[in-house]
Design a protein around this ligand. Structure first.
Ligand code: 0O2
Length: 250
Protein backbone atom coordinates (compact mmCIF):
# COMPACT_ATOMS: atom_id res chain seq x y z
CA UNK A 1 0.00 0.00 0.00
CA UNK A 2 1.20 3.49 -0.87
CA UNK A 3 1.95 5.31 2.35
CA UNK A 4 2.97 8.60 0.80
CA UNK A 5 -0.13 10.13 2.40
CA UNK A 6 1.87 9.90 5.57
CA UNK A 7 1.90 12.35 8.47
CA UNK A 8 2.06 16.02 7.65
CA UNK A 9 5.48 17.60 7.40
CA UNK A 10 8.18 17.93 4.82
CA UNK A 11 9.66 14.81 3.28
CA UNK A 12 12.79 15.36 5.40
CA UNK A 13 10.83 15.26 8.68
CA UNK A 14 8.78 12.17 7.79
CA UNK A 15 10.01 8.81 9.03
CA UNK A 16 11.60 6.76 6.26
CA UNK A 17 9.73 3.81 4.77
CA UNK A 18 10.79 0.67 6.62
CA UNK A 19 11.25 2.34 10.01
CA UNK A 20 9.16 1.08 12.94
CA UNK A 21 7.22 4.32 13.04
CA UNK A 22 6.31 4.16 9.36
CA UNK A 23 5.48 0.47 9.62
CA UNK A 24 3.07 1.13 12.50
CA UNK A 25 1.52 3.93 10.44
CA UNK A 26 1.05 1.61 7.43
CA UNK A 27 -0.54 -1.09 9.62
CA UNK A 28 -2.90 1.49 11.14
CA UNK A 29 -3.79 2.77 7.69
CA UNK A 30 -4.51 -0.74 6.44
CA UNK A 31 -6.82 -1.34 9.43
CA UNK A 32 -8.60 1.95 8.79
CA UNK A 33 -9.20 1.11 5.14
CA UNK A 34 -10.42 -2.40 6.00
CA UNK A 35 -12.76 -0.99 8.65
CA UNK A 36 -14.13 1.62 6.22
CA UNK A 37 -14.71 -1.03 3.54
CA UNK A 38 -16.60 -3.22 5.99
CA UNK A 39 -18.78 -0.40 7.32
CA UNK A 40 -19.63 0.74 3.80
CA UNK A 41 -20.54 -2.81 2.76
CA UNK A 42 -23.14 -2.69 5.54
CA UNK A 43 -24.37 0.69 4.29
CA UNK A 44 -24.72 -0.71 0.76
CA UNK A 45 -26.72 -3.64 2.14
CA UNK A 46 -29.07 -1.23 3.93
CA UNK A 47 -29.76 0.74 0.75
CA UNK A 48 -30.08 -2.41 -1.38
CA UNK A 49 -32.73 -3.71 1.02
CA UNK A 50 -34.65 -0.44 0.74
CA UNK A 51 -34.52 -0.63 -3.07
CA UNK A 52 -35.65 -4.28 -3.07
CA UNK A 53 -38.62 -3.45 -0.84
CA UNK A 54 -39.65 -0.58 -3.13
CA UNK A 55 -39.29 -2.84 -6.16
CA UNK A 56 -41.54 -5.55 -4.77
CA UNK A 57 -44.12 -3.16 -3.39
CA UNK A 58 -44.24 -1.23 -6.65
CA UNK A 59 -44.76 -4.48 -8.54
CA UNK A 60 -47.59 -5.34 -6.20
CA UNK A 61 -49.26 -1.92 -6.47
CA UNK A 62 -48.76 -1.13 -10.13
CA UNK A 63 -48.28 -4.56 -11.68
CA UNK A 64 -45.03 -3.76 -13.33
CA UNK A 65 -41.45 -3.69 -12.19
CA UNK A 66 -39.87 -0.24 -12.56
CA UNK A 67 -36.39 -1.44 -11.58
CA UNK A 68 -34.46 -3.39 -14.17
CA UNK A 69 -31.36 -4.05 -12.10
CA UNK A 70 -29.32 -2.90 -9.12
CA UNK A 71 -25.54 -2.92 -9.00
CA UNK A 72 -23.50 -2.00 -5.96
CA UNK A 73 -19.87 -1.55 -5.14
CA UNK A 74 -17.58 -0.43 -2.35
CA UNK A 75 -14.53 1.55 -3.50
CA UNK A 76 -11.44 -0.65 -3.64
CA UNK A 77 -8.67 0.16 -1.09
CA UNK A 78 -6.46 1.33 -3.96
CA UNK A 79 -8.96 3.82 -5.38
CA UNK A 80 -9.94 4.97 -1.89
CA UNK A 81 -6.31 5.80 -1.07
CA UNK A 82 -5.92 7.53 -4.45
CA UNK A 83 -8.94 9.70 -3.64
CA UNK A 84 -7.59 10.48 -0.15
CA UNK A 85 -4.37 11.69 -1.78
CA UNK A 86 -6.23 13.63 -4.48
CA UNK A 87 -8.43 15.38 -1.93
CA UNK A 88 -5.56 15.86 0.50
CA UNK A 89 -7.71 14.68 3.41
CA UNK A 90 -6.28 13.33 6.66
CA UNK A 91 -5.93 9.55 6.39
CA UNK A 92 -8.05 8.74 9.42
CA UNK A 93 -11.49 7.09 9.42
CA UNK A 94 -13.41 10.12 10.63
CA UNK A 95 -11.92 12.51 8.09
CA UNK A 96 -12.31 10.01 5.25
CA UNK A 97 -15.97 9.34 6.12
CA UNK A 98 -16.63 13.07 6.19
CA UNK A 99 -14.93 14.00 2.95
CA UNK A 100 -15.26 10.98 0.67
CA UNK A 101 -18.92 10.26 0.17
CA UNK A 102 -18.84 7.73 -2.63
CA UNK A 103 -17.07 4.87 -0.84
CA UNK A 104 -20.39 3.07 -1.03
CA UNK A 105 -22.24 3.19 -4.33
CA UNK A 106 -25.56 1.75 -5.42
CA UNK A 107 -26.70 2.08 -9.03
CA UNK A 108 -30.37 1.53 -9.79
CA UNK A 109 -31.34 1.06 -13.43
CA UNK A 110 -34.99 1.78 -14.13
CA UNK A 111 -37.18 1.00 -17.10
CA UNK A 112 -38.27 4.59 -17.71
CA UNK A 113 -37.18 8.07 -16.69
CA UNK A 114 -40.41 8.63 -14.79
CA UNK A 115 -39.50 5.60 -12.69
CA UNK A 116 -36.08 7.10 -11.89
CA UNK A 117 -37.77 10.09 -10.25
CA UNK A 118 -40.31 7.86 -8.48
CA UNK A 119 -37.55 5.70 -7.01
CA UNK A 120 -35.55 8.76 -5.96
CA UNK A 121 -38.59 10.31 -4.29
CA UNK A 122 -39.58 7.13 -2.50
CA UNK A 123 -36.06 6.56 -1.22
CA UNK A 124 -35.29 10.09 -0.13
CA UNK A 125 -38.65 10.38 1.68
CA UNK A 126 -37.64 7.68 4.15
CA UNK A 127 -37.19 8.95 7.70
CA UNK A 128 -33.99 7.11 8.54
CA UNK A 129 -32.25 8.45 5.48
CA UNK A 130 -30.69 11.91 5.38
CA UNK A 131 -30.24 13.51 1.98
CA UNK A 132 -26.87 15.24 1.74
CA UNK A 133 -26.92 16.16 -1.93
CA UNK A 134 -28.92 15.62 -5.10
CA UNK A 135 -27.65 16.19 -8.63
CA UNK A 136 -30.14 15.93 -11.46
CA UNK A 137 -28.10 15.22 -14.58
CA UNK A 138 -31.33 14.14 -16.33
CA UNK A 139 -32.85 17.62 -16.20
CA UNK A 140 -29.39 19.11 -16.77
CA UNK A 141 -27.20 16.64 -18.65
CA UNK A 142 -23.42 17.04 -18.50
CA UNK A 143 -21.74 18.58 -21.55
CA UNK A 144 -20.68 15.13 -22.79
CA UNK A 145 -24.31 13.91 -22.72
CA UNK A 146 -24.18 12.04 -19.38
CA UNK A 147 -27.64 11.69 -17.82
CA UNK A 148 -28.42 10.23 -14.42
CA UNK A 149 -29.87 11.15 -11.04
CA UNK A 150 -27.31 11.23 -8.25
CA UNK A 151 -28.12 11.33 -4.56
CA UNK A 152 -25.69 11.26 -1.68
CA UNK A 153 -27.59 10.00 1.33
CA UNK A 154 -26.59 9.16 4.85
CA UNK A 155 -27.90 5.90 6.23
CA UNK A 156 -27.45 4.61 9.78
CA UNK A 157 -25.56 1.37 10.20
CA UNK A 158 -26.13 -0.29 13.56
CA UNK A 159 -22.82 -1.51 14.94
CA UNK A 160 -22.03 -2.98 18.37
CA UNK A 161 -21.02 0.53 19.46
CA UNK A 162 -24.27 2.10 18.21
CA UNK A 163 -25.57 3.73 15.07
CA UNK A 164 -23.01 5.06 12.61
CA UNK A 165 -24.33 7.33 9.84
CA UNK A 166 -22.59 6.57 6.56
CA UNK A 167 -22.77 8.19 3.14
CA UNK A 168 -23.91 6.20 0.12
CA UNK A 169 -23.91 7.49 -3.44
CA UNK A 170 -27.05 6.38 -5.25
CA UNK A 171 -27.12 6.69 -9.03
CA UNK A 172 -30.50 6.19 -10.69
CA UNK A 173 -30.87 6.06 -14.46
CA UNK A 174 -32.81 4.50 -17.31
CA UNK A 175 -31.63 1.45 -19.24
CA UNK A 176 -30.74 3.64 -22.23
CA UNK A 177 -28.80 6.08 -20.02
CA UNK A 178 -26.99 3.20 -18.34
CA UNK A 179 -26.06 1.64 -21.68
CA UNK A 180 -24.59 4.97 -22.83
CA UNK A 181 -22.74 5.62 -19.54
CA UNK A 182 -21.12 2.15 -19.49
CA UNK A 183 -19.84 2.56 -23.00
CA UNK A 184 -18.66 6.11 -22.42
CA UNK A 185 -16.84 4.97 -19.27
CA UNK A 186 -14.99 2.27 -21.25
CA UNK A 187 -14.04 4.70 -24.03
CA UNK A 188 -12.91 7.29 -21.47
CA UNK A 189 -10.61 4.76 -19.82
CA UNK A 190 -9.35 3.38 -23.12
CA UNK A 191 -8.20 6.86 -24.08
CA UNK A 192 -7.09 7.70 -20.55
CA UNK A 193 -9.44 10.69 -20.48
CA UNK A 194 -8.06 12.12 -23.74
CA UNK A 195 -11.02 11.17 -25.92
CA UNK A 196 -10.55 12.42 -29.53
CA UNK A 197 -12.94 15.20 -30.56
CA UNK A 198 -14.68 13.08 -33.23
CA UNK A 199 -15.51 10.41 -30.65
CA UNK A 200 -16.74 13.03 -28.18
CA UNK A 201 -19.14 14.37 -30.81
CA UNK A 202 -20.32 10.82 -31.64
CA UNK A 203 -20.91 10.13 -27.96
CA UNK A 204 -22.91 13.33 -27.53
CA UNK A 205 -25.03 12.38 -30.56
CA UNK A 206 -25.52 8.86 -29.17
CA UNK A 207 -26.65 10.37 -25.84
CA UNK A 208 -29.27 12.44 -27.69
CA UNK A 209 -30.48 9.27 -29.50
CA UNK A 210 -30.70 7.43 -26.18
CA UNK A 211 -32.80 10.29 -24.76
CA UNK A 212 -35.11 10.17 -27.80
CA UNK A 213 -35.44 6.39 -27.36
CA UNK A 214 -36.36 6.89 -23.70
CA UNK A 215 -39.13 9.31 -24.72
CA UNK A 216 -40.57 6.97 -27.35
CA UNK A 217 -40.52 3.92 -25.09
CA UNK A 218 -42.14 5.89 -22.30
CA UNK A 219 -44.95 6.95 -24.66
CA UNK A 220 -45.48 3.36 -25.79
CA UNK A 221 -45.49 2.19 -22.20
CA UNK A 222 -48.11 4.79 -21.28
CA UNK A 223 -50.31 3.57 -24.16
CA UNK A 224 -50.02 -0.10 -23.28
CA UNK A 225 -49.97 0.09 -19.52
CA UNK A 226 -53.35 0.19 -17.89
CA UNK A 227 -54.74 -2.85 -19.70
CA UNK A 228 -54.07 -4.91 -16.59
CA UNK A 229 -54.01 -8.61 -17.10
CA UNK A 230 -55.81 -10.28 -14.26
CA UNK A 231 -55.65 -13.64 -16.02
CA UNK A 232 -51.87 -13.65 -15.29
CA UNK A 233 -52.68 -13.91 -11.59
CA UNK A 234 -54.88 -16.96 -12.02
CA UNK A 235 -58.09 -14.89 -11.82
CA UNK A 236 -59.99 -16.60 -14.61
CA UNK A 237 -63.68 -15.88 -14.90
CA UNK A 238 -64.85 -18.94 -12.97
CA UNK A 239 -62.41 -18.34 -10.10
CA UNK A 240 -63.53 -14.72 -9.90
CA UNK A 241 -67.21 -15.76 -9.80
CA UNK A 242 -66.50 -18.22 -6.98
CA UNK A 243 -64.45 -15.69 -5.00
CA UNK A 244 -67.24 -13.13 -5.48
CA UNK A 245 -69.65 -15.67 -4.07
CA UNK A 246 -67.44 -16.28 -1.05
CA UNK A 247 -66.94 -12.58 -0.45
CA UNK A 248 -70.66 -11.94 -0.58
CA UNK A 249 -71.86 -14.90 1.46
CA UNK A 250 -73.45 -13.54 4.63
P1 0O2 B 1 -16.67 5.36 -10.48
O1 0O2 B 1 -15.58 4.44 -10.83
O2 0O2 B 1 -17.95 5.06 -11.22
O3 0O2 B 1 -16.89 5.52 -9.00
P2 0O2 B 1 -16.48 13.18 -7.01
O4 0O2 B 1 -15.11 13.47 -7.53
O5 0O2 B 1 -16.99 11.81 -7.45
O6 0O2 B 1 -16.60 13.34 -5.53
P3 0O2 B 1 -18.15 14.56 -8.89
O7 0O2 B 1 -17.34 14.21 -10.10
O8 0O2 B 1 -18.68 15.96 -8.81
O9 0O2 B 1 -17.40 14.31 -7.53
O10 0O2 B 1 -19.35 13.55 -8.77
P4 0O2 B 1 -20.52 13.26 -9.76
O11 0O2 B 1 -20.62 14.25 -10.85
O12 0O2 B 1 -21.72 13.06 -8.88
O13 0O2 B 1 -20.06 11.87 -10.41
C1 0O2 B 1 -19.77 10.78 -9.64
C2 0O2 B 1 -19.94 9.50 -10.42
O14 0O2 B 1 -20.94 9.61 -11.43
C3 0O2 B 1 -18.71 9.04 -11.16
O15 0O2 B 1 -17.90 8.35 -10.26
C4 0O2 B 1 -19.31 8.14 -12.24
O16 0O2 B 1 -19.69 6.87 -11.71
C5 0O2 B 1 -20.56 8.89 -12.60
N1 0O2 B 1 -20.30 9.86 -13.66
C6 0O2 B 1 -20.24 11.20 -13.53
N2 0O2 B 1 -20.02 11.78 -14.71
C7 0O2 B 1 -19.94 10.78 -15.62
C8 0O2 B 1 -19.71 10.76 -17.04
O17 0O2 B 1 -19.55 11.78 -17.70
N3 0O2 B 1 -19.68 9.53 -17.64
C9 0O2 B 1 -19.86 8.39 -16.95
N4 0O2 B 1 -19.82 7.23 -17.63
N5 0O2 B 1 -20.05 8.38 -15.61
C10 0O2 B 1 -20.10 9.56 -14.97
P5 0O2 B 1 -16.34 8.18 -10.51
O18 0O2 B 1 -15.70 8.29 -9.20
O19 0O2 B 1 -15.87 9.10 -11.59
O20 0O2 B 1 -16.18 6.75 -11.05
Amino acid sequence: MDVSAAPAGTLATRPAVGTQEMLAFAVGLRDTVQRLSMEHRFAVAEVETKVMILREEFLHLHRYNPIEHVKSRVKSPKSLIEKVLRKGCAPDAEAIRASIRDIAGVRVTCSFIQDCYRVLEALTAQDDLRVLEIKDYIAEPKANGYRSLHAIVEVPVFLSSGALPLAVEIQIRSVAQDFWASLEHKIFYKYDGEVPERLRAELAAAAASAAALDDRMEQLHAEVHGASDLADDGFDELTLQRLWGLAHTP
